[in-house]
Design a binder for this molecule. Structure first.
Ligand code: SF4
Length: 449
């Protein structure tokens, strides 16, 4: 059972020495209770307290970091079964899988795609995470050459896919210091694989059919001293994947079977309906997903879905408040006030761009709420508009004093006029109608400016 902050505090040394990075033991206790700190950060804990706290306060699913450097990523450390219970924290890494039997040009092309391809959506840059190289040739030399080809072209997180330690050692000569994810230890080879993983400090995938076998293998690998584990559940079908991954997540987060508390690995290319497998993996508990290189449509679908699922449902994506230009607005350009909910911003910006009317967007800080919600909650109000007009110097950007507010904010128009001294025009409720509005209503109003 999870301990409360005060119960945890009773077990701490109460030195308030700050060595854990927190100002007091009580703050540290509160972080432990929320699963936001590790007991190992306190150097003064007695062994008994450490084992009690370790078992109850560690995140139920371990955090595993893959790769080093700018593109490295961490997976695991999740706390809930359903996203709406809280949030999902660490988006799954999606890696393109290449075989070492491909030509160097083909391997190079996939690597460069992952290195360079970026989709920008709602203000975020979306990218794939790395390359998985499979030792399909069975030859250590060919495998090492393929890994070298990837490494020469990009500094990306890697998955090395071979169950032969000879091939693995040959590849790790090239990339051991990059801490690639090793795939995979099985009941047959886990001792040798653990020795290699420990030598290079690499995270390692364990692979077995069935939950009991996976838990037993995880325990064996832990006894060998390898704790950075990821679990390949070897699903036979999409149904098998969803049933097994859900059971593992449930048993892990309830701490019923702590040995299952590791991130899950999914080779989507091994299942029928590859795109569906990727989508299922993103939505239901996969932390590392490998797939053959995807076409543009599938790439966008996968990255968009991952962005949506791993957005905190309690914190809408927000834009920074400010005065944004659309096109090259002049002194007579319209000034449109709206909220900093990113979806509103980008939707409106898209329609404004297609209207071809250069303008300013005055984005006010409604804490990421949409127009309707912000108006209802009082977060879209005359004071905020007045302060934003001043703060972002709208007066010096245009030669008029007219603000266009969203249709849903119409009841505030009088109060905004009074507070700002600017005339207020009420725009449409639907952003899709803004182009027509600017061409018909705004252009007529400017004739009297
Ligand atoms: S390091 Fe330990 S004793 Fe020091 S403040 Fe943190 S919890 Fe307290």
């Amino acid at each position: 059972m999870a301990l409360k902050a005060l119960d945890i505090y009773k077990l701490l040394p109460k030195k308030n020495c700050k060595e854990c990075g927190d100002p007091t033991c009580l703050t540290f206790a509160m972080k432990l209770a929320g699963g936001k700190a590790d007991v190992d950060l306190c150097p003064y804990l007695e062994d008994e307290a450490k084992s009690i706290l370790g078992a109850t306060t560690r995140p139920p699913i371990r955090l595993v970091k893959i790769g080093v450097g700018e593109r490295s990523f961490a997976v695991g450390e999740e706390f809930v079964l359903y996203r709406h219970d809280k949030t999902f924290y660490h988006p799954p890494g999606i890696l393109f899988k290449v075989s070492d039997t491909l030509t160097p040009e083909e391997i190079c092309a996939a690597t460069i795609r992952v290195r360079d391809e970026i989709f920008t959506r709602i203000g975020s840059d979306l990218r794939f995470n790395g390359i998985a190289i499979a030792n399909a040739s069975g030859s250590p030399e060919v495998f090492a050459r393929a890994v070298a080809t990837v490494e020469e072209n990009a500094d990306l997180p890697l998955v090395l896919m071979t169950e032969k330690t000879e091939a693995l050692n040959a590849a790790l000569v090239q990339v051991g210091s990059y801490q690639p994810l090793i795939h995979a230890a099985t009941t047959e080879n886990f001792r040798e694989m653990c020795a290699v993983a420990k030598k290079h400090n690499c995270p390692m995938v364990i692979k077995a059919h069935g939950i009991d076998n996976l838990a037993a293998l995880a325990k064996d690998c832990q006894s060998e001293g390898v704790k950075k584990l990821v679990m390949d559940i070897c699903p036979q079908s999409l149904g098998d994947y969803i049933a097994t991954a859900t059971a593992i997540r449930q048993l892990a987060i309830t701490r019923a079977v702590p040995d299952l508390g590791y991130p899950v690995f999914l080779d989507a290319g091994c299942l029928c309906f590859q795109d569906a497998a990727i989508a299922l993996g993103i939505v239901k508990y996969a932390s590392v997903i490998i797939t053959p290189p995807l076409n543009q449509a599938s790439s966008k679908a996968a990255l968009t879905l991952r962005q949506n699922i791993y957005t905190d449902p309690q914190k809408p994506i927000q834009m920074n408040p400010g005065l944004y230009r659309v096109g090259t607005p002049g002194k007579d350009a319209p000034v449109l006030v709206t909220v900093n909910f990113s979806l509103t911003f980008f939707t409106l910006q898209g329609y404004l761009e297609s209207s071809r009317v250069p303008c300013f967007m005055l984005i006010i800080d409604t804490e990421g709420l949409s127009v309707l919600t912000a108006v209802a909650a009082g977060k879209f109000n005359e004071t905020l508009v007045r302060d934003s007009v001043k703060k972002f110097d709208a007066e010096n950007e245009v030669s008029h004093k007219i603000l266009i507010i969203p249709g849903y904010a119409a009841p505030l128009s009088g109060r905004i006029e009074e507070a700002t001294g600017w005339k207020v025009m009420v725009g449409p409720r639907d952003a899709a109608e803004i182009g027509e509005y600017l061409h018909e209503v705004w252009s007529k109003s400017t004739t009297v400016l």
